[in-house]
Design a protein around this ligand. Structure first.
Ligand code: BES
Ligand code: ZN
Ligand code: ZN
Length: 488
């Protein structure tokens, strides 16, 4: 995690990053320094988004090493463009083996948000999961970024730095959990991480209860237990609770925590299984929310309810045709053991409803269909409350994380009818609206409480390098959730 500082004036001994808009012949923050821009332009730099130019100016320049980064079209400039620009700057500076640099804020949007986005872009871009790699002694680490802004803005920049740190720290914590190999990140290990988070947050009002397999049986969570049957690792059910003194309402965050999804007896293909350690990203993002709560102290009560298990095809695994009795009393005919997320969530959502929260948000890598529909950069959002969905969408503008609204088409519920149980876990109509079917199934356990379901199957993970994320877990949608909680 990079350390961020602030200043009014650049230190010429430090490398400097500054921004340029496309087709504008000036460096933001240094309008009078024509030589700087001309030098970059002579090497073909034009301020296009994604481009950077490295300069070693002679004299009279704010620094001896300058990286100019293109921000693209000024009319399209937003916080996401700045996040990406800061990411490019940080990666470029690191490639030069520098350990610190200054960055001149554009000061076009509000200074606090610009500082948040800059810290996010730089620290998220520099992250890599190298715990299991040999450490090379020549690797210099880029440790420090100093944001340069006007005198008047110093207060807001300071606040932004703090926020940026907390938000990116939470996202990186999620990435660490998701990137861990599945045989290390077992349900038991996950519960230990939760214990650490709760211990750190105790003074801030965080409590934790981890239910073991016996207690899960006592609670009659037959759907979670059905999924866990095929695994040698016992499941855990985690209830985190944050209660500030001044809370106005309570929110339940419910997470799918499949630490490895083999598909169970409805086994996945080898290729589809490759990334299935990420199937606990929903639960991981909620644990990361709790890691950030003590620093952010939102005035809202938060429940974190996580159903954590492997989905494996062991000798005692549940079989297609089995009927599970969920905690709610509703029975479920399991026709595809790979549709396990909705099973563990059935019990977790019912448990959440029993806490009587004002709103429930579930976060789950639920369906491959969602990746087909909106791709790997966008999550699906659906539920029984348009207002709640709008609030999440509003918060996603602050984070740059993208969501697309899906309709919970009532008529499709017909396909979930079972001749032998209250519900089936897949629809008899195959090959269409897979994400919506998943959402409709979950809705059966909501008892009409305001609820949205975030299907993060696409954006929780990336196979290719993104502007501020290497291949692996992304940390999606932690920053959106935190912005949402702060607005309550
Ligand atoms: N964990 C998967 C969904 C998934 C797929 C997440 C790809 C991330 C990337 C989920 O448990 C699953 O297997 N869903 C099935 C549902 C189907 C059997 C109705 C799917 O999407 O194929
Ligand atoms: Zn599955
Ligand atoms: Zn799954």
């Amino acid at each position: 995690m990079i350390r961020a500082l602030q200043t009014e004036k650049t230190d010429s001994r430090q490398p400097l990053a500054a921004f340029v808009f496309e087709k504008e012949k000036a460096v933001l923050g240094f309008p009078q320094d024509k030589k700087l821009f001309d030098a970059a332009q002579s090497e073909g730099f034009n301020g296009k988004a994604g481009r950077a130019s490295l300069l070693h100016p002679k004299s009279g320049s704010p620094a001896r090493l300058v990286v100019l980064v293109g921000l693209g079209d000024r009319k399209k400039f937003d916080l996401e463009a700045l996040r990406k620009g800061a990411a490019i700057a940080a990666k470029k500076i690191r490639s030069l083996s520098q350990t610190s640099f200054s960055l001149r804020l554009p000061e076009i949007l509000d200074s606090k948000s610009e500082a948040v986005a800059t810290v996010e872009g730089a620290s998220l871009a520099l992250y890599s999961f190298d715990k299991y790699k040999k450490k090379s002694s020549s690797d210099k680490e880029l440790r420090e970024i100093t944001l340069v802004g006007s005198k008047l803005a110093q207060g807001s920049i300071k606040e932004g730095l703090r926020m940026g740190h907390i938000l990116s720290d939470a996202a990186l914590f999620t990435r660490d959990l998701v990137n861990e190999p599945p045989s290390d990140m077992t349900p038991l290990e996950f519960s230990k991480r939760a214990e650490t988070v709760a211990a750190q947050g105790k003074a801030a009002g965080i409590t934790l209860k981890v239910f073991d397999k016996k207690e899960i049986e006592e609670m009659k969570m037959g759907a979670l237990l059905g999924v866990a049957r095929g695994s040698a690792e016992p499941p855990v059910f985690i209830h985190l609770h944050y209660k500030p003194q001044n809370s106005r309402k309570s929110i339940a965050l419910v997470g799918k925590g499949i630490t490895f999804d083999s598909g169970g007896l409805s086994l996945k293909s080898p290729q589809n299984m490759e990334t299935m350690k990420m199937d606990m990203a929903g639960a991981a993002s909620i644990l990361a929310v709790f890691k950030a709560l003590p620093a952010l102290k939102p005035a809202v009560e938060v429940h974190g309810i996580l159903a954590v298990t492997e989905n494996m095809p062991g000798g005692r695994a549940q079989k297609p045709g089995d009927i599970l009795r969920s905690m709610s009393g509703k029975t479920i005919e399991v026709l595809n053991t790979d549709a396990e997320g909705r099973l563990v969530l059935a019990d977790a959502l019912h448990y959440a409803v029993k806490q009587k929260p004002d709103a429930v948000i579930d976060i789950a890598t639920l369906t491959g269909a969602c990746v087909v529909a909106v791709g790997s950069l966008v999550a699906g959002i659906m539920g029984n409350s348009d207002d709640l969905a709008s609030e999440i969408e509003e918060s996603s503008k602050d984070s740059g994380e993208r969501f697309c609204r899906f309709p919970l088409v009532e008529d499709y519920k017909e396909g979930l009818k079972s001749p032998v149980a209250d519900l089936k876990n897949i629809s008899s109509v195959r090959g269409e609206a897979g994400s919506i079917i998943g959402g409709l199934f979950l809705q059966e356990f909501m008892d009409d409480r305001p609820w949205v379901h975030l299907d993060i199957a696409g954006p929780a993970w990336t196979d290719r390098e993104l502007p501020y994320c290497k291949a692996g877990g992304t940390g999606f949608p932690v920053r959106t959730l935190l912005h949402y909680l702060l607005k309550q």
